[in-house]
Unconditional design. Structure first.
Ligand SMILES: NC(=O)c1ccc[n+]([C@@H]2O[C@H](COP(=O)([O-])OP(=O)(O)OC[C@H]3O[C@@H](n4cnc5c(N)ncnc54)[C@H](O)[C@@H]3O)[C@@H](O)[C@H]2O)c1
Length: 248
């Protein structure tokens, strides 16, 4: 199918890596659903895309609510007639030392970062079956491999979970022409990094052979490739995009 007919959902697309990914998929011809818990900011991204003459729809969605995930898929298919691409990008990374973690915070991080990936991948993949073609791209993190360095134990555990789920869903949907892959970014210049202390940030950059943070577009371009026809023989793969910070 020509890429201009493809329909994509990106979660957490109101800013940062999600916004860059939505813009990149749109530039490559897809109609994009900009979903985020911040509906106003999401509308801003969609408006920017529409100003360039391309199609986009903003939807306020809290990915930790399963009913909202089902509604996201239904509204997308009702509006655009199909669904071909899902990017599971939304996540939070509160910096909480192990001794200060509460059950409430633990559950919130797991619900947003991991539970959402399971339920949205299932709903979206089932909708993609109609077209016998689909791409699910999960956004994990280098933290999923290291265990999280700066007070991000549960975040890192959810990101390891995302890597594992990528493989299970890859097997599950393979018979339907749907591939499931994952990017594991290193440190990206977004709001998520902004609460690191200057020393931690310096230490992070010091550990990157390329000696800088990633621009969100440098990750978005890899996601867009995984969401394209070009990645047709990749499924269950974890792609590290980290400036050399970790070479597993
Ligand atoms: N920035 C980094 O250094 C880095 C590194 C590795 C991986 N990542 C991953 O990249 C992805 C994007 O992060 P980012 O750096 O752009 O962060 P960000 O904080 O700038 O953006 C996250 C987006 O998710 C949205 N969001 C938060 N909770 C939500 C919810 N319950 N429902 C729907 N949307 C919600 C936010 O409103 C925001 O728009 C995340 O999966 C993150 O784990 C980021």
């Amino acid at each position: 199918m020509p890429s201009q007919d493809r329909v994509a959902i990106v979660t957490g697309a109101a800013r940062g890596l999600g916004a860059a990914t939505a813009q990149e998929l749109s530039r490559q011809g897809a109609k994009v659903v900009i979903s985020d818990i911040d509906g106003l900011l999401a509308e801003g991204v969609a408006a920017e895309i529409r100003q360039s003459g391309r199609d986009a729809l903003a939807l306020r969605v809290d990915v930790s609510k399963i009913t909202e995930l089902d509604a996201l898929v239904k509204t997308t298919v009702d509006h655009f007639g199909r669904l071909d691409i899902l990017v599971n990008n939304a996540a939070i990374c509160p910096r909480i030392p192990i001794d200060d973690m509460t059950e409430e915070k633990f559950d919130q991080i797991v619900d947003i970062n991991l539970k959402s990936v399971f339920f949205l991948s299932r709903a979206a993949g089932n909708a993609m079956k109609a077209g016998k073609w689909g791409r699910i791209v999960n956004v994990s993190s280098v933290g999923g491999r290291t265990g999280g360095i700066y007070a991000s134990t549960i975040y890192a555990a959810t990101k390891a979970g995302v890597m594992s789920m990528t493989k299970a869903f890859a097997r599950h949907f393979a018979p339907h022409g749907i591939t499931v892959t994952c990017v594991a970014p290193g440190s990206v210049d977004t709001r998520l990094m902004s609460d690191l202390s200057p020393e931690s940030l310096r230490g992070t950059i010091e550990g990157v052979p390329l000696k800088r943070l990633a621009d969100p577009l440098e990750i978005a371009r890899v996601i867009a490739f995984l969401a394209s026809d070009g990645s047709s023989y990749m499924t269950g793969a974890i792609v590290d995009v980290n400036g050399g910070a970790l070479m597993p």
